[in-house]
Design a binder for this molecule. Structure first.
Ligand SMILES: [Zn+2]
Length: 123
């Protein structure tokens, strides 16, 4: 499939070389054929691009709207009040008695019942 510019250059050269009308006509016809092929390819790519843009927008809206709220997804600890694994770690503090040596206080907030609680964790 010759490039359109190659065909045009051929026509310019033919005119420069004094080619007759029949030669120019046949060169212009093949230029027309190629132009039509490029137009069809262009239309196909435009359609494909529109479809891909739509797909991308759909995927982007799925990414920005997670199915589960992040606070629920992060629940890692069993809540002592409602017994669901929905305790979300809020903060880690040094143990006030031991001054951070050996143990730490993990602060949790339950995303199910909303209560807060701590746990002493040995590190
Ligand atoms: Zn709870």
């Amino acid at each position: 499939m010759p490039a359109l510019t190659t065909l045009i250059d051929g026509i310019i050269d033919a005119i420069g070389g004094g080619a007759n009308a029949a030669t120019l006509r046949s060169k212009l016809l093949s230029l027309k054929e190629q132009t039509e092929a490029f137009e069809a390819a262009h239309a196909y790519l435009l359609n494909e691009n529109t479809a891909l843009e739509k797909k991308y927008a759909d995927l982007q809206s799925q990414v920005s709207q997670p199915k589960h709220p992040v606070s629920e997804a992060k629940g890692t600890d069993k809540c002592p009040y409602c017994n669901k694994v929905s305790g979300v770690l809020q903060d880690i503090k040094p143990d006030p008695i031991w001054g951070g040596i050996g143990t730490k206080i993990y602060d949790y907030k339950c995303s199910n019942c909303g209560k807060t609680y701590d746990k002493q964790v040995e590190s």
